[in-house]
Design a protein around this ligand. Structure first.
Ligand SMILES: Cc1ncc(C[n+]2csc(CCOP(=O)(O)OP(=O)(O)O)c2C)c(N)n1
Ligand SMILES: [Mg+2]
Length: 366
């Protein structure tokens, strides 16, 4: 090995790095190590569980709506519900979320309504007028472009001396983007209050992780930018919440950025426009179902006699009712006129767009 040859030459080692991995709840529902204090709050654990189950039911409905022509392209969270729910659970209202297109769970936790999410993926800009914190960013569909925005938000917090944190979520694929490196570099130099969360679900559409990076972990990419990166079992909502709490607290405390690599697996297709069976085997997917974040927490509850079959049925019925009511509200909204697509782009619409808007509105020659 090259490093051995350098050691043989007597060249000194000037830096060493470590990456830690956090997990508490094993895939069989048993406990790997003493859980953090918040995990003894049964109500909090149950609310995390409920949020994950709601998301799974909601995804199923959204896909059905897409298949029947009543929703646009949609990206499910199947298998990775613990990531976005766990992260959002550690944020304060005044913090700023910069989510990717697959982070519905975080938006819902922050108060966004189900029908608003449907409206957005139904192609209606009014879906971005979320009931969640108004300072949160909308879903980011371009891969990784939310990272420089997050660094900018965090820079503003630092300049204004506000004890707030920007939380930026993206996928494993996004970590290959210059935007993400540049944002991390800037955040590291200026010790900004930002937490970068890479949801490593092993796939970027059809590109597997081994073709995405030669790096052993994604977490270690933070080290080059001068801050701590931690790998977390992304199927363990307790670990996700604890990691997020530690990272957000450090950022708020002026200790600079943090990076969380949430290791999980995308059990579903990339989006409703994808057929993952064309590039990965059913066996591979089946194997990862054993890691299911919802199943393991349910087993934990059942083992502790905190949860019964009746509780589960009641929860499913509640989710169904909420989702059906939200869907009705979504479908009842009259579609907007096509020209309104220009309305949220600019404060003052440039002339070229103004002419197009005029034309679409059927207002004659511009
Ligand atoms: C800048 C940019 N390039 C390409 C795309 C097309 N695209 C959409 S999702 C995706 C893969 C992203 O993978 P990852 O970051 O791992 O996120 P995941 O979909 O797994 O959540 C690509 C290439 C895009 N949306 N934006
Ligand atoms: Mg991915």
């Amino acid at each position: 090995m090259a490093s051995q040859r350098m050691a043989d030459e007597g060249l000194p080692v000037i830096a060493r790095f470590e990456v830690h991995r956090r997990n508490y709840l094993k895939s069989d529902g048993s406990i790997a190590r003493p859980v953090p204090a918040f995990a003894s709050d049964a109500n909090l654990l149950l609310s995390l569980y409920r949020a994950m189950v709601l998301l799974r039911h909601f995804d199923r409905k959204a896909v059905a709506l897409q298949h029947t022509g009543r929703l646009g392209t949609y990206a499910v969270s199947l298998g990775q519900e613990a990531v976005s729910v766990g992260i959002a659970s550690a944020m304060r209202e005044e913090d700023v979320l910069l989510p990717s297109y697959r982070d519905n769970g975080a938006l819902l936790w922050r108060g966004v309504k189900l029908e608003e999410i449907l409206l957005f993926w139904g192609g209606d800009e009014r879906g971005n007028q979320f009931s969640g914190p108004v300072h949160d960013f909308p879903f980011c569909v371009p891969v990784g472009s939310q990272a420089p925005h997050a660094a900018g938000v965090a820079y503003a917090f630092k300049l204004r001396r506000e004890p707030r944190v920007a939380v930026c979520m993206f996928g494993d694929g996004a970590t290959s983007k210059g935007d993400v490196y540049e944002a991390m570099n800037f955040a590291g130099v200026h010790k900004l209050p930002v937490v970068f969360v890479a949801t490593n679900n092993q796939w970027a559409i059809s590109v597997p992780l081994r073709l995405q990076t030669g790096s052993e972990t994604l977490a270690q990419k933070a080290i080059a930018a001068g801050f701590t990166g931690e790998q977390v079992d992304g199927n363990d909502v307790v670990a996700m919440s604890a990691a997020a709490e530690a990272a957000v607290a450090a950022a708020r405390d002026g200790k600079g950025p943090r990076f969380i690599e949430a290791v999980t697996y995308r059990l579903g297709d990339h989006t409703t426009s994808d057929d993952a069976s064309r590039y990965r085997s059913a066996d591979e997917v089946q194997m990862h179902w054993k890691e299911d974040p919802i199943g393991r927490l349910r087993t934990f509850f059942v083992d502790k006699r905190m949860w019964s079959k009746a509780d589960e049925e009641q929860l499913a019925a509640d989710c169904h009712e909420r989702i059906e009511a939200a869907t009705e509200r979504y479908l009842a909204m009259a579609p907007r006129q096509p020209e309104t697509m220009f309305d949220h782009l600019y404060a003052d619409l440039p002339e070229a767009y103004a002419a197009q808007r005029h034309e679409l509105a059927g207002e004659g020659d511009a």
